[in-house]
Ligand binder design. Sequence first.
Ligand SMILES: [Zn+2]
Length: 254
Amino acid sequence: MARKKTVNGFCRICGKEGPLTFEHVPPQSAYNKERAVEFRLEDKLYKTAVKGRTRQGGIGAHTLCEQCNNDTGSWYGAEYVQWAKFGFDIIHTWQKKGKTEGIVTLKSVYPLRFLKQVVTCFFSVVGEPGGTLFASKNPGLVQFVLDRYEQELPDYRFFLDFYPLASGQNTSLRRYPLAAKLTVLTDGKGNIRPLETHVLSEYTHPPLALSMTKDKTLFGATDITDFKNFTYDTCCDIELPLRIVKSTSPYPAT
Ligand SMILES: [Zn+2]
């Protein structure tokens, strides 16, 4: 949905310069309408009392031109909203049973449309303000979202987890253009050895947590990259192993 303030700049997908529209990440109907308070990670790390910036009406930014916003929204937005609804339903059912992972069957979904909305969201999360560097370095990703029938998805892999609302406390809605996680082993004598490294981009917004990486696996999250093999018009039932990750931490991949 467009907001009244006019912001000019470069569209983070097509790169055209002009008026930018407000792109909600995730789409506004996917439970992204509420007030949120935004903090920079640096504020959380180094300052004890920071007020943060209040965002009304959902999280997002002026990142896309009207055409990219409208096209991607009309092609993929409704499907993402559907997955978010499924996500909350499954999380509620699992929480009643004390379950945190399982195989789910999603009925009558368009997997490619969901994946394309995820990639669209990452353009807004990853692209640098005012610039088009990410889009210009990744023309294949641009093509993937601007042509709804395109099934080539180069370089990156995309991962999904369920991410519930935190009960009784504020839920952390994280957005990281770029983050790295280093897992180490300690031997009890003060020696530390690196075990695993991952570089990723992330956005988490209940009920879904999405990551984009060039790595082949990501901490046990479900790889949804192969949704590219479905066509734009393929509607089917799909079985997926999924798990709930719970966190109130501001840190990525936690
Ligand atoms: Zn555009």
